[in-house]
Write a protein that binds this ligand. Sequence first.
Ligand code: ZN
Length: 42
Amino acid sequence: MTCGDLAQFSHRKIASESLVLLGEVDEYEPLCRKCYTKAVEE
Ligand SMILES: [Zn+2]
């Protein structure tokens, strides 16, 4: 699910602070700077 650019950021898809996250891959998605900024704004 990337646009083809180099993914420099790991965007956390699950917005929960109560869960203990152990670096589960499913909860993060690699995004480039542009996509990361867009994802955060949404
Ligand atoms: Zn991108």
